[in-house]
Design a protein around this ligand. Structure first.
Ligand code: T1G
Length: 692
């Protein structure tokens, strides 16, 4: 938007009208922008001095699509199809000049133009499926006509963008402009006029040819095999299949399919997560403009599962990292882990030269004194407070003034670590989720003394290594693991009632988790949560019994399930059930409906989420959603535990919890005051705003 608040600027260059779309941050087509664009195009089409029109975006890119925040409201005209209709009914060539991203409605608008030119770095995509939608402005009809069914289906069902080069090769782009885009686009428009090139309307192209009669059956089969519970990918296939019809029939079919899912729960949930992910980095605890310290070099203490993975995240993000282990043997094991990871990356197609570059960024050492001058040190040794305090005291001496000291602990008292240093203001938690090279979220834990600058630096570091950093307060288990603890307690109650292990996991998988809580425990290693419980003097008699029997999960070939050597596939195991029955003193089995299992487990977690909000450990409910979706596999199409709670309704949840608290005599299940208050006010967690 320029100084005059105009979303679209029109300038004339000779006989070409240049319409610059300027609606930061990403030129999303809000109603205001659509109205301004339609008006500018209508005026240019009517202006006798104008012989051709160039559409170009200001800022980061062309257009990032429709304004996602408007989908919860009734759609206001003009819509993108109205703008396209004006272009298609016009008698002047309209050229889309694309740089950065042309996504969703942005790409669709460009396909409504007669020609598309782009810079080499432009990215072109239909990512609607990622927010539970399908392209709704003709993309499912025009894209197949331009690039063919195979690429169109891949782009629309997968949602990932293609390069300008691929676009050119497949006829989506007419020319790649070397150098400045605008003069190149104007020159292209002048060539169209000079050479009387046709007004190529994509809608006039013949329907795409079917690669083979089973093309769509196979595509649907692939989706079924992925057991995806997602609706949008299926609807995408339906819509693209309609491109075999005459254009307007296909367009009508697309509109029906779009209206059928735009107000659906899955898309609402995925749109919630889209914004929650971005809101997470805006926190009142760090005033805007707080300076961050530059992180150019990192050191990681401890090369175990987490430490080595954190070092890999740094190296993959271009950061030099020193990995320090206690002794040479441990260091060798850590370096072997790194090499195995990059062998896998090579198999997945990462170029050998790139792997060499990344490996070269990692230095191993066994001497803390050789830590060098990292700007950030991340301690990731075993969960032993005394050991961590000893390391923090040494780090405080070895690290340069101003360096930030962070810990990857998942529950220990970080203030106790800060207290043994002379720089408590520069101590914080950076809690990664396992496997750290894959899990996208990171809890940035503020201590009593962490400064805004230290926290801002922790958040910036998280974004630099391509994580979603979420700021949380220090407490036992922070945010994610506090809900995990409540999940474990409810699983324990279900097992105690005689509900079978697989029944619990199957119910949670049917709800959308990639694996159930028991199998997830086996994957992570049951000894880790066991030790954490014991350090806090907590017992879960049935879970403890499994561990006491030496069943630590996949790493010992048995936990809640048994595992064939070399396999990660959980096999139900009567021996595990026998141990549990012995510990609970009964063999009576009881069947609880899968929905009831899910409802009980989630209610306990959500209640803890409410306490976390009350205590200010999380700033907003959507932060909890982001942590559980990207840290624990909570299905994104359910929006996360707190969003889901609002869908279920807080009054129903409160009543369920009150009954459970009564039934199990567990005060921990008593509805949290915040949940109770919001339920009484008929509100949801989305309306919860921290006041102090
Ligand atoms: N609508 C509204 N806001 C958007 C937006 C959008 N489409 N895209 C980005 N933003 C905001 C975002 O919330 C953030 O705000 C800021 O822009 C920067 O984004 C009819 C139905 C373009 C690749 O799905 O993938 O078209 O936090 O932090 O990392 O068929 O944003 O600063 O206040 O992500 O550089 C389809 C979504 C819509 C693309 C840039 N389009 N956007 O990434 O920045 S549906 C999409 C992105 C549609 C039609 C259909 C990315 C990006 P704030 P950012 P980034």
């Amino acid at each position: 938007m320029n100084e005059r608040g105009m979303l679209v600027r029109t300038e004339r260059v000779g006989e070409v009208a240049v319409l610059t779309i300027d609606s930061p941050p990403v030129n999303a087509t809000s109603h205001a922008l659509r109205s301004a664009l339609k008006k500018s195009i209508d005026e240019a089409l009517l202006d006798p001095a104008v012989k051709a029109i160039v559409l170009i975006g200001a800022g980061r890119g062309f257009i990032a699509g429709a304004d996602i925040s408007e989908f919860d409201r009734p759609r206001a005209e003009p819509l993108i199809p109205h703008i396209i209709a004006a272009i298609e009914q016009g008698q002047k060539p309209v050229i889309a000049a694309i740089h950065g991203h042309a996504l969703g409605g942005g790409l669709e608008l460009s396909m409504g133009c007669h020609y598309r030119v782009a810079t080499a770095e432009a990215r072109l995509g239909q990512p609607e499926v990622k927010i539970g939608l399908i392209p709704g402005a003709g993309g499912t009809q025009r894209l197949p006509r331009l690039v063919g069914l195979k690429l169109a289906l891949d782009m629309i069902v997968g949602g990932d963008p293609i390069s300008a080069k691929t676009g050119l090769e497949h006829g989506l782009i007419d020319q790649i402009i070397a150098g400045d885009l605008l003069p190149g686009a104007i020159a292209f428009a002048e060539r169209v006029m000079r050479d009387r090139m046709p007004l190529k309307r994509v809608r006039d192209l013949p329907p795409p040819s079917l690669p083979d009669p089973d093309f769509f059956t196979r595509a649907r089969g692939d989706l079924l095999r992925r057991k995806s519970a997602l609706t949008a990918p299926q609807r995408c296939i339906d819509a693209v299949e309609a491109s075999l019809l005459p254009f307007d029939q296909g367009l009508k079919r697309e509109a029906e399919l779009f209206s059928g899912i735009v107000f659906g729960d899955q898309s609402r949930a995925l749109r919630h997560i889209f914004f929650a992910e971005r809101d997470a980095s805006k926190t009142a605890a760090i005033p805007a403009g707080t300076p961050t310290r530059e992180i150019a070099q990192v050191a990681v203490i401890g090369g175990g599962t987490m430490g080595s993975a954190i070092a890999l995240c740094c190296a993959d993000a271009g950061l030099p990292v020193t990995l320090i282990e206690a002794d040479a043997a441990a260091l060798d094991r850590a370096m072997a882990t790194l090499r195995r990871y990059y062998d896998g990356a090579a198999k997945r197609g990462t170029a050998p030269a790139e792997i060499e570059r990344r490996l070269a960024r990692i230095t191993g050492s066994t001497k803390l004194a050789e830590i060098g001058a990292p700007d950030l040190v991340i301690e990731a040794v075993i969960e032993d407070l005394a050991l961590k305090q000893k390391i923090f005291a040494e780090l405080d001496r070895a690290a340069k003034p101003g360096a930030i000291l962070a810990t990857n602990t998942s529950y220990l008292d970080i203030d106790a670590l800060a207290s043994v240093t002379g720089r408590p203001e520069s101590v914080l938690g950076l809690h990664f989720f396992s496997p750290a090279t894959i899990m996208r979220v990171m809890e940035v834990v503020r201590t009593k003394k962490s400064t805004g600058a230290a926290l801002a630096t922790g958040m910036a570091f998280g974004r630099k290594i391509r994580k979603i950093p979420v700021l949380v307060g220090a407490c036992d288990g922070f945010v994610g693991n506090r809900l995990l603890t409540q999940r474990g307690r409810e699983v324990e109650r279900l097992l105690a009632e005689g509900v079978a292990i697989p029944a619990i996991d199957e119910a949670m998988v049917a709800f959308g988790f990639p694996m159930g809580p028991c199998a997830a425990g086996d994957l992570a290693g049951l000894d880790i949560s066991y030790r954490a419980r014991k350090q806090r003097g907590r017992n879960l008699p049935l879970a403890d019994a499994i561990v006491d029997a030496g069943r630590l999960g996949q790493k010992t070939g048995a936990g809640y399930y048994r595992y064939e050597p070399g396999s990660r596939a959980p096999i139900p195991d009567r021996e595990a059930q026998r141990i549990i029955d012995a510990a609970r003193g009964s063999t009576a089995q009881s069947a609880v409906a899968p929905e009831e299992i899910v409802a009980r487990v989630l209610a306990a977690m959500i209640n803890e989420g409410a306490r976390i909000l009350e205590e200010g450990i999380a700033e907003r409910a959507s932060d909890i959603d982001v942590i559980w979706v990207y840290g624990y596999g909570f299905p994104a199409y359910r929006g996360g535990p707190m969003f889901y709670a609002d869908q279920v309704g807080l009054a129903a949840l409160r009543d369920r919890l009150a009954q459970s608290a009564e039934r199990f005599g567990d005060p921990g299940l008593k509805p949290a005051p915040l949940l109770d208050r919001l339920a009484r006010e008929g509100k949801g967690f989305r309306e919860f705003v921290r006041t102090s």
